[in-house]
Unconditional design. Structure first.
Length: 296
């Protein structure tokens, strides 16, 4: 996979902004995933009004105690245009508060279609503007080029699916190229080149690597292929991974891991102070590596 060339933004790169946010607020990324059951547990209606209350309450409670928020677009889209409007409001509120946003949309297409997806979320002033989005590389490197170019131009970021723990993922992600390299390693090489990181600055194109992939991250050589990329890591908390998996799975790269937590954080609601306290406790847990604390 070959990276593309594009003009760089004159402001701080996404990688540098994210690195600063982690230094200031810790490694937790708060997943804003308003499942119907969670809305019900909070005493909220499963409609756009309940969605709005849930999302904005969560953002206000965790701001300053997490490095970013990660809304899952699907849980907003299922409410139609009214739900998408809530997502747009959430992204705008986060931007006003200076909270980094990673919109989980897993876009992946070709040509003008991918360019349109990128414009919808990475173009400054777009109604659903985010700081970064998740993308899928499995239509080939060229499919990501429009998003990489726009992100680079405007100081935005991407997180490229590399190693996920869903059933059947290994058949694709661990497959070997004709030269014998695991496909996931080639994705990592692409992200490293496209993200343009350095020894002291994270790249702006990161990888999605599940915290429950065991030894695959290092065994397949992603650590060596992409030494400057941030790693967006789902799988912590309710999915089974805890502080111990940071060194076990990621080794020295643990310092670049963004710990994604959704249910383990949101289950503390609906009271804002309880959410704030849980976010602070999770931050301390993962910063110190304590394994005797609850995993939620």
């Amino acid at each position: 996979m070959r990276a593309v060339s594009a003009p760089a933004s004159s402001g701080p790169t996404f990688g540098r902004r994210l690195q600063r946010a982690v230094a200031e607020s810790g490694p937790i990324v708060a997943g804003i995933d308003p499942h119907a059951a969670l809305l019900r547990d909070w005493g909220l209606t499963d409609d756009a009004a309940g969605l709005r209350e849930f999302s904005l309450r969560t953002l206000d409670a965790v701001a300053g105690r997490v490095c970013a928020v990660k809304p899952q677009s699907a849980f907003f889209e299922r409410h139609g245009s009214a739900g998408v409007a809530v997502l747009e409001e959430l992204l705008a509120r986060a931007r006003e508060r200076g909270v980094v946003t990673v919109l989980d949309v897993k876009r992946g297409d070709i040509g003008s279609t991918m360019a349109a997806y990128a414009q919808a979320h990475l173009q400054p002033g777009a109604v659903a503007e985010a700081d970064a989005i998740t993308v899928s590389p499995y239509l080939g490197a060229g499919s990501l080029a429009p998003a990489v170019e726009l992100a680079r131009e405007h100081g935005k970021g991407l997180f490229v699916l590399a190693l996920t723990s869903n059933p059947g993922a290994e058949a694709v992600q661990h497959a070997r190229t004709a030269e014998g390299s695991p496909l996931a390693r080639e994705v990592a090489r692409y992200a490293e080149a496209a993200g343009r990181g350095s020894e002291d600055a994270w790249g702006s194109v990161g990888l999605v690597v599940g915290a429950t992939v065991k030894d695959s991250y290092r065994r397949l050589g992603l650590d060596r292929a992409a030494p400057t990329v941030p790693l967006l890591a789902p799988g912590f908390g309710a999915q089974g991974a805890g502080p111990a998996q940071l060194p076990e799975v990621f080794g020295p790269a643990a310092a670049r891991v963004l710990v994604c937590l959704s249910r383990g954080l949101l289950a503390a609601g609906p009271l804002p102070q309880d959410l704030t306290d849980r976010a602070e406790a999770l931050r301390k847990m993962y910063e110190t590596g304590r394994i005797d604390a609850p995993t939620w």
